[in-house]
Design a protein around this ligand. Sequence first.
Ligand code: PLP
Length: 371
Amino acid sequence: MESRRPRRTREKLLLGPGPSPVEGRVLRALAEPTLGHLDGDFVALMDETQELLRKTFQTSNALTVTMPGTGSAGMEAACVNVIERGDTVIIGDQGVFGQRMQDVAERCGATVIKVSAPFGKTLPEETLFEAIDSHPEAKLVGLVQAETSTGVLQNLDAIAAKVHEAGMLLLVDAVTSLGGMEVPVDRLGLDIVYSGSQKCLGCPPGLAPLTLSSRAVEVVRSRKTKVQSWYLDLTMIMRYWEQERFYHHTAPVNMLYAFNEALRIVDEEGLESRWARHRRNAEALWAGLEAMGLTLPVAKEDRLPSLTCLALPEGIDDGRLRRELMERHAIEVGSGLGEFRGRVIRVGLMGSGSTANNVLLFLSALAATLR
Ligand code: PLP
């Protein structure tokens, strides 16, 4: 039988909300020979990956792992392990992903107290603090640090202090922040933090890094009921990542090779230099867009370095603009989500995609398209 020809895709510049461009080193790691998931060489790679991940999360948390699946698997894993039916939780939303977290927590059987920000704005701390004061029974406060649907960054310092003072856990979505800006896990004592492999970490989609403080682990260990999801049950998964190497599910071996290589790249660059690069290129993009007379709907101090929302000028159709950027310049950007649908495009400068060259390429392609 004739062997199937490889499916080749034209190389495209990924400047959308993720996945971000993946370096050749990471792709080559993905193609290395598959090993058994209990093989000694693979187990050594897991240990190294776990150490690199702790460095990236800036934590000494023992429970620091990667879950199989995309960022949403991280969100589900965080919620199903910590929340039990009948719990009260407070979840803030500044857009689509905070709303998704509220939905996941409701599916876990929690009573969800929702605190919302107007689209394009940060969560008002006073409103969140009022919810904490009026629901002392709440087990946790959940929120998104880097809201990819709006490009808004939520500062966590005061919130973390308030949540811990109230004796609650703080659950944080760091899908669009980890590797591109500080995620202060140990500095602020964030209790449950998850991310995705495919954004500022520069790996293909398929893994969700996750870390839990010892306080959060204690909550998981002292549950009265079994974790609702067998597949995402950390009480079993942690036994595979520990010395015991207890079989739970077959680890996505080659994805872990790729993830290990991506984390090595993060480590070689250094976290602070990487954050500074993301910031510098985002500022160059903002300056270029504003010099073209375009509007950025999020206030400068609230903007993410990894993702920028750009308001569409009067009379410009979102679908047509994105199609032309792709067809004429092979550049991918994202459409607006939620209340921003049809009103903005989303430009991501994440991982190896955050370069001065890509900023210039995007600005000139956009100028040619809008002309
Ligand atoms: N949380 C945030 C902030 C995200 O940006 C995304 C994806 O864009 C997710 C969660 C869900 O991740 P995934 O699409 O990888 O499942």
